[in-house]
Design a protein around this ligand. Structure first.
Ligand code: NAD
Ligand code: TYD
Length: 349
């Protein structure tokens, strides 16, 4: 089996690539990534020489390149993770989100369709999406697979659009697709623009921890390796044409999460209790900030026997340890482009 994984140099993609390369030595895994600011081949150092792994640098918005790649490799399956993934960037500059998340996805769908022609037996196009397509919840309720789409940021609107196109290719052309929508991930290798790694890095360096609004927004957090395991199950056993919601059943108000992180960091860094929490700084709220996300994952639990393996306390501690033990990884990232973006984003608040 030859599998194309897109976005494999990113946060979640690198965990999926590692899992597949190690677990399925009989598969050939091709990682396609254009290495944007969020793509980092250091994430895959431990498996880069594996005989069943190859990296291709390329952009999914380049139709000709994508067609040639499919012609060269004859993939049996696609696991599509490449995306622009950060809400705040989508607010300041939406266009790249339209290009990568929508146009890039259509290029992959078209290439798969051409390459597989009528021979759809044992083929699979797996599109990885987010719970943000469902919009924002009030105090009650959970997102199910039947919840109507109601995206509210350029990021979530571009992901919603790509989900609709993937489903349209199933209904119109019988392309054997499957989709999953997952809640917020955390864990090693996440780019330090997202809440948890950004906070860990700022606490470590005694920089202010920027909390948007009053910190009352709620997210449902899942350890990245639990997401990778769900992707493995869905790729192999998910029913064609179906959608699966994946979530941690683990809702946290941002401010409570940050206090917990501060406590863990105080212990790890030998600081007095409460010292790191003094860095908490309330800043201007995100425009259109979704109040609450929470996932009902009973379908994947019942159909495929998946459940999260880690409690949040354990996952957070593992994550903090990873960032503290991988200073080089962080230092390589925290240069150039990222620093420029960071200053733009936070100096205007
Ligand atoms: P990420 O930003 O860490 O990684 C994205 C990867 O895609 C990077 O390696 C980047 O170089 C690559 N990429 C971007 N544009 C590309 C292009 N035009 N051509 C080729 N490669 C390109 O993202 P992530 O957090 O790992 O998210 C991966 C996927 O999972 C995304 O589709 C995202 O929408 C989805 N998702 C993320 C979360 C989360 O909490 N991070 C939750 C649910 C779903
Ligand atoms: P983020 O990690 O960007 O994920 P998403 O917006 O996709 O859920 O943000 C998680 C939550 O944390 C979200 O409610 C916004 C908030 N947040 C802050 O309060 N401060 C920050 O610096 C960041 C990046 C996010």
């Amino acid at each position: 089996m030859k599998i194309l994984i897109t976005g494999g140099a990113g946060f979640i993609g690198s965990h999926v690539v590692r899992l597949f390369v190690n677990k399925y030595p009989e598969y050939n895994i091709i990682n396609l990534d254009s290495l944007t600011y969020a793509g980092n081949l250091e994430n895959l150092k431990d498996i880069e020489n594996a005989p069943n792994y190859a990296f291709e640098r390329g952009d999914i918005t380049n139709e000709k390149f994508i067609d040639e790649l499919f012609a060269k490799h004859n993939f049996d399956g696609v696991i599509h993770l490449a995306a622009e993934s950060h809400v705040d960037r989508s607010i300041s500059d939406p266009n790249q989100f339209i290009m990568t998340n929508i146009v890039g996805t259509v290029n992959l769908l078209n290439a798969a369709r051409k390459s597989w022609n009528q021979d759809l037996e044992n083929k699979r196009f797996y599109h990885i999406s987010t719970d943000e397509v469902y919009g924002s919840l009030g105090d009650e309720g959970l997102f199910t697979e039947e919840t109507s789409y109601d995206p509210r940021s350029p990021y979530s609107a571009s992901k919603a659009s790509s989900d609709h196109l993937v489903r349209a290719y199933y209904h119109t052309y019988k392309l054997p697709i499957v989709i999953s929508n997952c809640s917020n991930n955390y864990g090693p290798n996440q780019f330090p623009e997202k809440l948890i790694p950004l906070s860990i890095n700022n606490i470590k360096n005694k920089r202010p921890i920027p909390v948007y609004g009053k910190g009352e927004n709620i997210r449902d957090w899942l350890y990245v390796i639990d997401h990778a395991n769900a992707i493995d199950l869905i790729f192999h056993q998910g029913r064609v044409g179906e959608t699966y919601n994946i979530g941690g059943n683990n809702e946290w108000k941002n401010i409570d999460l940050i206090y917990t992180l501060c406590e863990i960091m105080d212990k790890k860094l030998g600081r007095a209790k409460g010292e790191s929490a003094q860095l908490i700084t309330f800043v201007k709220d995100r425009a259109g900030h979704d109040l609450r996300y929470a996932i009902d994952s009973s379908k994947i639990q019942k159909e495929l026997g998946w459940k999260p393996s880690l409690q949040f306390a354990e996952g957070l501690e593992k994550t903090v340890d990873w960032y503290l033990n991988n200073e080089d990884w962080l230092n390589h990232i925290l240069s150039g482009d990222y620093e420029k973006y960071y200053n733009q984003q936070y100096h205007k608040r």
